[in-house]
Design a protein around this ligand. Sequence first.
Ligand code: F6R
Length: 606
Amino acid sequence: MCGIVGYIGDKNALPILLDGLKRLEYRGYDSAGVAIVGDDLRVIKTAGRIANLEERLKSETLIGTLGVAHTRWATHGIPNDNNAHPHFSESKNIVVIHNGIIENYLEIKKMLIHEGRTFRTETDTEVIAYLIEEFYEGDLLKAVKKATEILEGSYAIAVLSKDEKDRFVAVRKDSPLIAGVGDGENFIASDIPAVLPYTKDIIIFENGDIVDVRRDRIDIYDKNLNSIKRTVQRIDWKIEDAQKSGFKHFMLKEIFEEPKVIREAMRGRIKNGEIEVPEIMLDSEYLKGISQVYFVACGTAYHAGVYGKYLAEKYLRIPAQAEVASEFRYRNPVIDGRTLVFIISQSGETTDTLAALRFAKEHGAKTIGIVNVVGSSVAREVNKVIYIHAGPEIAVASTKAYVAQVEVIALTIFYLAKLIGKLPKVQEDLIVKELMSLEDKAKSIIERSSEISDFVSTVKNIEETFYIGRNMDFALSLEGALKLKEISYVHAEGYPAGELKHGPLALVTPNSLVIAISTFTPLRDKTLSNIKEVKARRGKVLAVAREGYENMNEVADRVFYVPKVMDDLSPIITVIPLQLIAYYMAESRGLDIDKPRNLAKSVTVE
Ligand code: F6R
């Protein structure tokens, strides 16, 4: 989704803004632009990549120490130069950049047209600039405040005025916005990586904050312009966390970080051989009364929730369901004070997920967030937040966050099972031993990544893929298929292995690839039979199976063996070969792996 950067200080703003935009590229975008206040207020913007904008800027002189920049992910109006941000007000004295959607923009536009205004773009954002101009009487802060009283929807905006060269104003409502606090310079951005080279002192704004950014201070106000304080947090990210560090793509780097991610997600959660998730701290009477558990999320995070459903049902013996947030929130599900809802989100800003969280709370459910981005909206709004500590995930395709989500879900379910007396100590001891072995097992899979790239080179022209599995392997098959389609654009379906013969088998031909995941011991022979059904139709089969299950060699064309680990923890490492299959497939096709077409990292629209 759109990326926002703003700078005021004593340096030339343009290179800082462009650098910041590049660090937000992972959010997904289709046009980019910049506005600088120098002798005049200048805007340069263009469709396409930031590289196109840089090309345009070669023939321009944009000098100034105050500016804003934007990457746009189109919602209202096609991606072209004209619809790209920043947007001018009618007189061109004010510019605005915006992430989010103005829901009442048509009403505002009609009203302003009625008053004789003429608009230049198809966007919802342009009305913000026009509205601010309507209210402008020499003080940008006051004009922005008045405009926000009218705007409905979600927005993080930054606003510049040609006549006020010592400030810019920003507002946050339901779209992410942070500030970087520097020495004689200040920054705002949609996300921390944009400001990381310049400062580690960060303010995470709350909904409704109106921010007046000057060179030497950042003043924050509520909707009535009463002054408020927000804490400046020192973050311990290293700049390398947000760089490729020699890897060809962020996605590959992030997959290779997974052994470390597995260790970090466990940190502080295994003490003296016992599982403990101290963040939960729910009253034991409440816990004993829980009547049902939901896992609600979108995309990859939802697939982590499908795993959670199997695990919760097994260990808590309470009805458990996983559901995509956009369905859950509009379905009127039966939930009440005895319902526990897990909200899973890497970014913590996904609009559908946030809405589902609010819906669950309104209906009395208790909510636990499994979140990566610290201080994000989901993290702030859930009753209890459990951070996955995966570090910044830059590639649009989520990989290391999935590994950490699944692991943290497992730790949480085991801990809850303990709290309600359903996890005997001997079983806990076994689980802890297995958990401690996961980091090395993940490393050993990554060391064998060339086996995957060799295999992919033999099937790189394939057009149809099915991922099949049973129980938790089915949860993995959904994730494997999503990864392949989103970055390699190969059609892929994740199916319960037993369901293949009820329809999709009709599509299996010698040109189909079936990736059969078989690590769930009680049902592995059943999956084996399903593979035989595919082989009988001469489909190609790659099996991803547990070490020691030698029968697989006899039926599948190729087998990738994952190290032995207990069934319930298997998804944490078995997803790695699936992520690598998607990566190498996209690489063999020469695609833009970190920024797949039409997708965005943080989906802040419905
Ligand atoms: C897939 C992917 C998306 C996200 C989904 C939810 O690789 O990244 O499917 O998982 O948009 O995003 P978060 O977890 O940020 O809520």
